[in-house]
Design a protein around this ligand. Structure first.
Ligand code: AMP
Ligand code: MG
Length: 408
């Protein structure tokens, strides 16, 4: 084993990770369960929507040819059509229909004059139109949203709320999306205990529950495998129980300490390591490997490091499993409020709170950046990317910010 393997830049490490991942097999899933996944197949429109030409305004449905006469044009009002009703009468020359938003346009009419541009006689029998409109004015044409048989959403479309709304309006109840990734999470360390079994001289395992939350938010199904003691045998035994998962996350035990057995246990299990150690802070001792169809992440033990590496590597992998083609962490531009220094050689991901001020997003580094404490992540809204070879960022510098998925 090469303990001094060169540190891999973040971008390379992510590219190598993603090369090991593909979308999971598709399943027909209820729409409300599909939010956050991407379509596994093209979806064709099953209905033409809207089903009929309808009014975009409350007003009067008219024949636009009426406006060859000078304004105001006076017409007889034949009926009132509310949304949900079917017009009873055809609109002949010299007549019109009062119409409400969403109501079907009556035969003969080809335009709508909004109510505010009209004067209705007190008895409601006639109306004066004060504005001339052309054909199609304030008419929502049949099929504007979708035409039966045409491509509605292509394969790979991320299903957000409006996309699901489109499918709901088509009367669909299920949709083909990759199944959710099953993710096993193993905490390792002699110092750890469970929150419900506190023990003298131990600290509570935070990484297990925290990673489970992050996995769930990212669309996966987490299973906690418990806590392995710092022996090769115990780590191996726990990892052996994790067969059949899509993803296995371990935390801690990844460094070169005498009690760090995770890498050795993964090797013994037959996990083919793709890389170990990334040029980042926090999160340097990250390892990624694969055995069969299972992807293994050896995450660092420090709680903030494990969350940051989750964000930079695990979430993109989960997104790919869920069918997304855009899987890189999102980025926005901002300005640094403060000053940052470091030695070149590691990319730093600085926890910041970013707020909108004078038309720009200003990123203020949290006062503690120690990765051993979760407090350095609490109240962070973004990670500020302090590039590998850079050594100083000055107040007001343009910076790249990664919005965090872990906030409330
Ligand atoms: P290690 O990578 O095993 O050297 O662990 C690095 C640091 O993270 C140590 O201070 C550990 O106590 C801490 N740590 C490891 N695992 C956990 C965990 N599951 N919850 C909270 N802290 C942890
Ligand atoms: Mg340890």
């Amino acid at each position: 084993m090469k303990e001094d393997a060169a540190l891999l830049p973040v971008e390379d490490a992510r590219a190598r990770t993603l090369a090991l991942v593909s979308p999971l097999p598709a399943e027909w899933t209820r729409l409300e369960e599909a939010l956050g996944r991407a379509l596994a197949e093209d979806v064709l429109a099953q209905r033409t929507l809207p089903p009929w030409d309808n009014s975009a305004m409350d007003g009067f449905a008219v024949r636009s040819t009426e406006f060859s006469a000078p304004l105001p044009v006076r017409l007889q009002v034949k009926e009132t059509i509310y949304a949900g009703q079917t017009p009873r009468e055809e609109v002949h020359p010299g007549t019109c229909a009062r119409i409400m938003t969403g109501a079907p346009l009556p035969t003969g009419a080809d335009a709508v004059v909004m109510r505010e541009r009209t004067r209705l006689a007190p008895d409601g029998g006639t109306v004066e139109l004060l504005e001339a409109v052309g054909p199609g004015h304030f008419v929502r044409p049949r099929g504007e949203d979708a035409r039966a048989g045409e491509m509605l959403l292509p394969r790979g479309t991320p299903l957000g709320i409006p996309e699901l709304g489109l499918l709901v309006s088509q009367g669909m109840q299920t949709v083909p999306v990759p199944r959710r990734p099953r993710v096993a999470i193993l905490s390792t360390g002699d110092e750890l205990c469970r929150a419900d079994a506190p023990a003298e001289g131990r600290i509570v395992d935070a990484n297990g529950p925290v990673l489970a939350l992050a996995v769930r938010r990212a669309g996966g199904e987490p299973s906690l495998l418990g806590i392995a003691r710092d022996t090769l045998e115990d780590v191996f035994a726990h990892l052996s129980a994790a067969e059949g998962y899509d993803l296995v996350l371990t935390s801690a035990g990844m460094s070169v300490g005498e009690h760090d057995f995770v890498r050795e246990a993964l090797e013994k299990l037959g996990v083919e390591r793709d890389f170990w150690r990334v040029a980042i802070k926090p999160g340097k001792p990250l390892a990624v490997g694969r055995k069969g169809r299972t992807l293994y992440f050896g995450l660092p033990g420090n709680p903030t490091s494990s969350l940051v590496t989750f964000e930079l590597f695990v979430r993109p992998a989960l997104r790919r499993m869920l069918g997304h083609s855009e899987v890189e962490p999102p980025r926005v531009g901002g300005r640094l409020a403060g000053e940052l220094k470091k030695a070149p050689g590691l990319a730093h991901y600085v926890r910041v709170t970013a707020t909108w001020q004078d038309g720009e997003l200003w990123a203020r580094p949290l006062s503690t950046q120690t990765s051993g404490v979760l407090r350095s992540a609490a109240s962070a809204t973004h990670l500020l990317h302090f590039p590998l070879q850079s050594s100083r960022l000055a107040n007001g510098d343009n910076v790249e910010l990664l919005p965090l998925s872990w906030g409330a």
